[in-house]
Design a protein around this ligand. Structure first.
Ligand code: BGP
Length: 491
């Protein structure tokens, strides 16, 4: 095998909402994640709110909405894990030094939109927020680590939903463009690689997740996603016109599935699922136009093609330079009644696959699926690809002597690194691997700390208690060796 290219970007990935903390410092505004409580894998995260008459409450953040007239807010008596994350805000120097020790060439992070424009529509950006990221980029530069910056990763300013009616309102496109243009101009000498939105295909996942979702909410999901496509395309176009040295990518949640059986009806069920939840978003952003099957989706939810086609020109002009996705797991699709939908994974419900193993959180672990998905993506889009999230969420034990023996994580990563090497051998132009939560951080789906992905352990529990000290796990040393040998030494 030819192996990894010599300029391959080995690294790690994080997001401000789950890692940065400092939620009420430095002039930062509130994000939706700041009013979302912690949970467990069996109970949903909740959004807390207050009614005009002062009564308060909490509703499932998964698929439900707060009552009409209510305002989302932070309430006493609830725990909000994203407030503190694992405190990159105050530990960035120490953390970046640890990333450098592992040999990182790239660090994926996101900028917290409410730290730059606290209310989304502010006239001027928040200088303290801008300064914070200058300090972070300077620190990365010190160690020759290339930043890969996600412009929006699950932390829209809260005002977008609460005051401006959410992404269905086209005004939000302008707010987003202003925010992104501010970042481009401010950090033009510090950042070259950008991602417009994290996993924007999540917008329509509720159609799959929430049983009997009312048709208006299904329509709304597709409209919001469309406006995000338009916002992304505008920003890509702006970058190409003003900063030709920039590379701007999309980021799609890698919800890959297989037919449960070779029944042709299962193959069709799987085809539709992949189209609906993955290729729909990938095609628009990488090819610059909606695929043919989009019409089937719009017809099903009762939306007129004109709603989408009016923006055809801007979508065409805003094609991304490279394709990125998250890859954790795969699951299966079937048309057979009675099959159990118990083979889920990241952001996907699916049927159980007896040929793969499952994690403690029930996510299917499938390194071959990584090779398969890389081939599918590269063959379809013919632009460079990055795997910008991957990893195993698991329970870790901090031993008395400060060691953490996470052999299970090493095994997971080893097999996925091998799969990437095979994909490169298949001809895929793979630029980067930034495994998720390279340092422990708050889980997006459950808000837990115990679901850890890191190669660096952070001493903090599900209630936010702990010293916040950082410890090197066994996987830290393994990954360091892997990077130093450019993916050759995987023992
Ligand atoms: C992805 C998100 C990340 C991250 C990851 C792991 O979908 O982009 O933000 O959290 O999934 O998921 P979880 O934290 O729920 O285990």
């Amino acid at each position: 095998m030819a192996g990894f290219p010599k300029d391959f970007f080995w690294g790690g990935a994080t997001a401000a909402n789950q890692y940065e903390g400092g939620w009420n410092e430095g002039g930062r505004g509130l994000a939706a994640t700041d009013v979302t409580t912690g949970a467990t894998k069996d109970s949903p995260r909740r959004r807390t709110y207050v009614m005009p008459d002062g009564t308060t409450g909490a509703t499932s953040a998964m698929g439900q909405q707060i009552p009409k007239g209510a305002k989302s807010c932070v309430l006493d008596g609830y725990y909000y894990p994203n407030h503190k994350g694992t405190d990159f805000y105050h530990h960035y120097k120490e953390d970046i030094a640890l990333f450098a020790e592992m040999g990182f060439k790239m660090f994926r992070m996101s900028i917290a939109w409410p730290r730059i424009y606290p209310h989304a529509n502010d006239e001027k950006p928040n200088q303290e927020g801008l300064d914070f990221y200058h300090k972070v980029f300077a620190e990365l530069r010190k160690y020759d680590i290339e930043p890969l910056v996600t412009i929006s990763h699950y932390d829209d300013p809260l005002t977008i939903d609460e005051e401006f009616g959410g992404w269905e309102n086209r005004e939000i496109i302008d707010f987003y463009c202003k925010y992104a243009e501010t970042l481009f101009n401010e950090y033009k000498d510090e950042v070259k690689y950008w991602l417009t939105f994290n996993e924007n295909n999540c917008e329509t996942m509720s159609v799959q997740y929430v049983p009997n979702l009312p048709i208006e909410r299904q329509q709304s999901a597709y409209k919001k996603l469309h406006n995000k496509f338009v916002a992304s395309a505008k920003v890509v176009k702006y970058a190409h016109e003003h900063f030709p040295e920039f590379k701007v990518g999309c980021m799609v949640a890698g919800v890959f599935t297989y037919p449960l059986t070779c029944d042709p009806k299962d193959v069709i069920a799987n085809m539709e699922n992949m189209q609906n939840f993955f290729y729909y978003a990938g095609d628009v952003q990488a090819r610059g136009y909606y695929p043919g099957f989009a019409k089937r989706i719009w017809d099903r939810v009762g939306l007129d093609a004109e709603y989408f086609n009016k923006d055809a020109e801007i979508l065409r002009e805003g094609k991304v330079d490279f394709f990125t996705y998250s890859y954790y797991s795969t699951s299966c699709q079937t048309s057979h009644k009675g099959a159990k939908r118990d083979g889920g994974g990241n952001l996907s419900l699916g049927y159980y696959n007896e040929y793969i193993k499952y994690s403690e959180w029930g996510w299917g672990m499938d390194p071959d699926g990584l090779r398969y998905s890389l081939n599918e993506i590269y063959d379809r889009y013919q632009i460079p690809v990055m795997v910008v999230e991957n990893g195993l969420g698991a329970l870790d034990t901090l031993e008395e002597d400060g060691s953490i023996h996470d052999q299970y994580r090493i095994e997971y990563m080893r097999e996925h690194v091998k799969a990437m090497e095979q994909a490169i051998d298949d001809g895929v132009e793979l630029l980067a691997y930034t495994p998720w939560g390279c340092i422990d951080l708050v889980s997006a789906s459950t808000g837990e700390m115990r679901k850890r992905y890191g190669m660096i352990y952070v001493d903090m529990d599900d209630e936010g208690k702990g010293s916040m000290d950082r410890y090197r796990k066994d996987s830290f040393y393994w990954y360091k060796k892997c990077i130093a040998s450019n993916g050759e030494d995987l023992d």
